[in-house]
Ligand binder design. Structure first.
Ligand SMILES: Nc1ncnc2c1ncn2[C@@H]1O[C@H](COP(=O)(O)OP(=O)(O)O)[C@@H](O)[C@H]1O
Ligand SMILES: [Mg+2]
Length: 413
């Protein structure tokens, strides 16, 4: 691989273990902006260190899931260390065997979130661990992996993008003089550390995020989620006024947040593959409550009325709405898909789609606009959480984005 010039921090991440000043340090943490070269420099540094200091030892490489570790790290390694090491991948065993002619070591792949990874790592004796995106992993898994490093000279390597200031990894490893207490080097990266990013691409990343995610992923700060969840929503920028008509080259979806006491919110979405653009074209927003409570049959007729003749791919619905899922399935008219209900991940999707000119709303979706203008982060919560009010249409929008729109756009990040 042809490396662009490396930044000072990238060079330090690659070589700290071989410098007199740092010889007795137990590890390194790199946090900061996305795309700043943390993963690249750390994974290569980890291999350089482990291969030159050890032979016949076992190491762990961890990601949020094994799939994301493969995508972000493992698939790039052959290019990143081309001509330096021989990498043999044992896919079934989730393991790499790496050699340089003189030494050979084994690297097991783990997903902090994957069931089974915790159990597997429990019994191991490790000479070092690499954690990519450590804030996404449960503390119990990370603690366990660190505790398995019992070989002389073993070290831990952590990298992550920031989360909130109450996050366990921040308070235990980064805040104040924690790095000193834990005996690790702490480096803070910015996008300026990646010399391979063109100004155009840098701008594109910067324009994708706003609010708390801009502060975290672009500025690299550990800040709290405060204020409006979607401060970027604009009635000028995101609302379309053209009449709604069926277009045969578009694909259609319905997304539902079910409620009986709370409002029942649903949206009909049009996805235009040629323009890579989605629009919420119709809104169904029924305020139930004790006075106006209706049954599932009534909801079903409202749904049928909203859909009309539009052929839809499937209906996305919150997984907890089992009675209504049964009602839809009883009629056998539409296919049902249970929504991915990860709140913060879904909010990030909606944010990116709205910022990058992919997601729009027809002017008739007025209850959704009202929610956009009130839906807020819960500032009292310890971790990222939203105030669970005015969130019904916001939920169905999240379901649509995380379940249907991501797969239409083939977004994997
Ligand atoms: N010095 C460099 N030379 C060439 N490519 C680089 C360099 N630093 C980073 N990159 C590339 O930039 C992209 C982002 O780097 P990555 O390590 O994934 O960032 P992060 O983990 O901070 O999000 C990757 O494609 C990586 O290969
Ligand atoms: Mg990374």
């Amino acid at each position: 691989m042809i490396y662009q010039k490396l930044s000072k921090r990238q060079i330090l991440t690659l070589t700290w273990w071989n410098r007199d000043r740092f010889l007795d340090m137990d590890g390194i943490i790199c946090d900061g902006a996305i795309r700043s070269g943390k993963t690249m420099s750390m994974s290569v540094g980890f291999l350089l260190w482990s291969m030159s200091k050890f032979d016949n030892q076992v190491f762990a490489m961890c990601g949020n899931t094994i799939a994301s570790l493969r995508r972000n790290v493992i698939t790039h390694l052959p290019v990143w260390v081309e001509g330096i090491f021989e990498i043999e991948e044992h896919t079934k065993e989730n393991m790499l065997v790496i050699s340089n002619g003189k030494s050979t070591n084994t690297y097991y792949l783990f997903g902090g979130k994957d069931e089974g990874s915790y159990k597997l790592i429990q019994g191991m004796t490790l000479a070092g661990v690499f954690f990519d995106e450590v804030v996404l992993m449960p503390k119990s898994f990370v603690d366990q992996a660190v505790a398995r490093c019992s070989v002389d000279g073993s070290k831990y390597w952590f990298n992550c993008n920031p989360d909130g200031p109450g996050h366990w990894f921040y308070t235990e490893w980064i805040k104040g003089d924690q790095p000193k207490k834990k005996h690790v080097i702490y480096l803070h990266f910015t996008m300026a550390d990646n010399f391979s990013l063109s100004p155009k691409i840098k701008k594109r990343y910067e324009s994708m995020y706003s609010g708390v995610f801009y502060s975290r992923y672009i500025l690299g700060l550990w800040v709290k989620a405060e204020g409006l969840v979607y401060p970027m929503f604009s009635r000028d920028r995101h609302v379309v006024h053209k009449p709604v008509e069926y277009k045969p080259r578009c694909r259609y979806y319905v997304s539902i947040d079910y409620g009986t006491v709370n409002p029942f919110a649903a949206g009909l979405y049009e996805y235009n593959p040629a323009e890579k653009r989605a629009t919420m074209v119709r809104e169904l927003y029924y305020r139930g409550g004790s006075a106006n409570r209706v049954d599932n049959e009534a909801y079903y007729s409202m749904l049928v009325q909203m859909i009309g003749e539009t052929p839809i791919e499937y209906i996305i619905i919150d997984p907890s709405a089992s009675s209504f899922i049964e009602t839809i399935q009883k009629y056998g008219q539409y296919m049902v898909v249970k929504a991915n209900n990860d709140v913060v991940d879904g909010i990030q999707d909606v944010t990116k789609f709205m910022n990058s000119g992919v997601l729009f709303f027809h002017e008739s979706c007025t209850a959704t606009f009202d929610e956009f203008e009130t839906y807020s982060w819960d500032e009292k919560a310890k971790e990222d959480a939203v105030i669970k009010e005015h969130d019904h249409s916001m939920d169905q929008l999240r379901y649509f984005c995380r379940t249907a729109l991501r797969s239409e756009l083939k977004w994997v990040v």
